[in-house]
Design a protein. Sequence first.
Length: 247
Amino acid sequence: MPVVSVQDSERFYLRMLLLRKTGVISFNDLKPIDGTLCETFQEACKVLGLLDGDQHWHGTLLEAARMQMPSDLRILFAIICDFGEVENIPDLWTQHKQSLSEDFVHRYSEETGPFYALSELNELLKSYGLNLRKVNLPTVDLQCDLFRLSYDAMEEQSKFNANIEKLNSEQRFAVYKVLHAIYEYHTDMPKCFFLDGPAGTSKTFVYSTLLYAVRGKGDQAIAVASTRIAATLLSGGRMPFYLSIDF
């Protein structure tokens, strides 16, 4: 198919048509429905009966949850609220609250995680001139930086001391090599490291030890992983492991 410019408000409907119409060879083939040429992809979806209720939005979020991080799902949820003409946004939130809040639940607790998710969602909705109140979602007032994690330095140092004793010589060498590069700054010192090893060689344990070491000094360290599962294995893990240090 040729590359065409599609407005954000039409992307969802375009995807729905691509998944359900067969034999198309161009985007223009998606708009004729039973001999009637629809002006928009949304109109074509309506004619095909794809927009009856909110079931398609539930399906969209369920499908996305299989591949995307919670932070990505919240962005998707905000876009749906703006463009999707959702009949019942509170029900959409209730049914998908677990996947939308999973990272914050992991970071805080099952009770408070959803409130942090709502707080971030409120910031995302502002980009579309909306807020939680306008879309009939519970309002929250959290005066905090969602992206700057807070840790007890003494507790993190204690975890590091416990972990370092469990490492073998090669693992301990890797940890101290990275810490030396962080805290003994020299312009000619490598700052990028790659830790390789087969499954079961405790790579995650080494990463965690590094995180405890940096946080134990009162500095910020955020673990960023390329997959959802890998990110949830590390305290405060997020997707795109490198260490981001904030002094």
